[in-house]
Ligand binder design. Sequence first.
Ligand SMILES: [Fe+2]
Ligand SMILES: [Fe+2]
Length: 298
Amino acid sequence: MTVTSKDGIKRTRGDKAASVRKLTDLPTLPGILIKIWKLAESPDTSSKDLEKVISLDQTLTAKVIRLANSPFYFSSSHVNNVQDAIVNIGMKTVRSLAAAVSISSVFKKSRTANKNYFPLKDFWRHCIGVGVTSGYLAGIVDGIDRDFMFCAGILHDIGKFALNILFPDKFGEALQIASSERCSITAAERKVLDTDHAHFGEKLAQYWNLGDDLSGILGNHHRALSEVDEMLRIETALLKIADSIVREIRFGFPGDFLGGEFDPASMELLDLSTEKIEQHKDGVNRQIEKAAELVDLI
Ligand SMILES: [Fe+2]
Ligand SMILES: [Fe+2]
């Protein structure tokens, strides 16, 4: 039985992660992000509406314009205002970037985090890589929303950032175990914390009201595909493969040193083969190279 409590976090009976209660120690998301999130969801929102909100935050304004002019999005003409930037890169992408910037600033404020074992920039690099690769793969698999996948990819590992802040000693221990035993960070987290970043990320996304689909996919990304709700199975499979590709090309640091093995069930569901992925590797690499600059924006 699942119960939704006042804080919006869905708790399942026997939820082993009593630690989830600690999530309410994290700050709520900045109001501006909540507004941007809602606006980008609505089909009636115009780029002007979104511009009005973004313009209230100077840092975000500058970052959105820089993003639109970065090699990843740059088309033909230089953009110097938010509205043109939104038109160029799309509302949902702006939303994903705004989310990454806001969430990153929430996590950067912590003094407790393990700076040595958990280099924030390298973790974000991994997340951006998975966002870009998920978006790319969504373009070659039918019926998947590219913007949603970009966003899910960028945010897929936010549970690690939260664990790092709320349980710095234990998360540090998990990182050391993952390194010394050459196991996955997920397995090490389960060993030390009795939960993992996917479960924690799902609860965090619920607490921050980021939507059921997004919180669902965050929670699913280290689950066996057969255990994943059918509604999100294709998206989860795609995220799993994107995560493996980014691990394999070693873009950023995911918290352990394992390479990227492709989950056979996900490959089958997406009708992908190693050869097919190999054919797209140059395309993915080019996108990721162009996206490297996005890491500095976050
Ligand atoms: Fe993960
Ligand atoms: Fe990951």
